[in-house]
Design a protein around this ligand. Sequence first.
Ligand code: ATP
Ligand code: MG
Ligand code: MG
Length: 350
Amino acid sequence: GSTIGILGGGQLGRMLAMAAAQMGYLVHIYAPDEHPCAGQVAALTTRGAYDDLESLGRFADSVDVVTFEFENIDAGALAYLAEHVRLSPPPRALEIAQDRVSEKMFVQDLGGRPAPFMPVESLLDLEAASHKIGTPAILKTNRFGYDGKGQIRLHEGSDLSDTWRQMGGVPCVYEGFVDFTAEFSLLIARGGDGRSVLYAEPENVHEHGILARSTVPAGHDVRAQAREAEALARKVADALDYVGLLTLEFFCGADGPVFNEMAPRVHNSGHWTIEGARTSQFENHIRAICGLPLGDPGLAAAAVQMDNLIGSDVERAVDALSDPRAHLHLYAKGEARAGRKMGHVTHIRR
Ligand code: ATP
Ligand code: MG
Ligand code: MG
């Protein structure tokens, strides 16, 4: 087949569509937005809601394979889609990763080590978790969180009933705060034949819960823990019989890598691979879901740094090009709202 359907219309879909177009595939974007930024670079765009089964069915019938750049598709819609078309990655990976508690339990069963956590569905649960795990801690909504949204940090003496009210009563997870020295992620691409390739681990810096910078090679603390995390990433990908690109986020803890979360999709911390690796995460995702052999994930430069352009950062975007080895990516999203990912710059170092 030669048409790839992508659910979601953001920058990840845009960069996937560009990689797919390079290899001659037609891309059909499905998103609820009026002007999804991925639509500008795709052959076809359908505007539709993620729970509109009729519209999803027509979309599924128009493509050869469906992949995701957006994770929060409800289980009913996923099951419906799976009856009409091949889904890659497998819907089970999405279902597990949509729910922070199921994701942590899944990875823990494979030998991974998350921060101490407890599911919270009431003020009573919150009080019990706070008593058992203590502070500092973070309360996160179980579903639908991204870029640090839906999280409240708790300290000694934080008002729990106030916190619970702010969360609006949705199911949450209480996590002990990890006193990490660094953060990193792993990007693994796995093909339908069970072969997988891992990219060099980026060291990630977050500001206000949003990724600000990824650097490769990572620093000493990360490099010391990456091999153990890689073994876990392979186990997770194999256990899900995963096809496509999968991302796992980790903290460098005192006793080794602490699993934070996973994303069953291409990831912001892998944008450096467009110019910094021999095959980008986007190209390898497309290759995997189309049944093609995976490309070399090796570094194409001695060092690479990716800086996100968030909100008004975009006003100074072209300044980065005073470095002749910088590459500017703008997502053409329109209004530069605070906290919105507008683009990124990749610097090739040395
Ligand atoms: P995204 O999916 O966009 O990566 P998210 O909203 O799912 O983000 P998390 O990855 O859970 O958010 O958290 C965002 C950042 O907040 C982390 O990368 C880390 O810097 C910090 N953080 C989250 N959980 C913890 C924790 N238990 N201990 C210490 N820091 C944490
Ligand atoms: Mg997340
Ligand atoms: Mg995260």
